[in-house]
Design a binder for this molecule. Structure first.
Ligand SMILES: [Cu+2]
Length: 119
């Protein structure tokens, strides 16, 4: 090992020791993480929902965002999914509190389909 490499290795070791010493205890992060609610986004782009199928936990809020210049809707079999026409960059959010498979589509473009699986 050359002197230059040795000095570099020593400085890396010291940096790691300082970083380890400065890092807060891992347990401190746990309560904050548990308090974060579930929220996910479905992008609407090129006349498709992306992802087309999404599996989420009960209590998750799903937000659809229309990235197209064309308007789109989110319509399911019941009243839970009943958006109006979303213009570009508009959003629609629904909180899913019951497990199940929720299929939906766009009332303007029947070829557009998506599914939210809540478990
Ligand atoms: Cu559409």
């Amino acid at each position: 090992m050359s002197a230059a490499v040795r000095i570099f290795a020593a400085s890396v070791l010291v940096t790691c020791m300082v970083a380890a010493h400065a890092a807060p205890p891992v347990v401190a992060a746990a309560p904050a993480a548990a308090a974060v609610s579930h929220a996910v986004t479905v992008e609407i782009k090129d006349f498709m929902y992306a992802p087309r199928t999404m599996t989420v936990a009960v209590g998750t809020t799903v937000t659809w965002r229309n990235r197209d210049a064309e308007p789109h809707t989110i319509r399911g079999a019941d009243e839970l999914l009943r958006s109006g026409a979303l213009d570009q960059d508009e959003i629609y959010s629904v909180r899913f509190d019951k497990p199940g498979t929720y299929r939906y589509g766009c009332s303007i473009h029947p070829q557009m389909m998506g599914t939210i699986i809540v478990q």
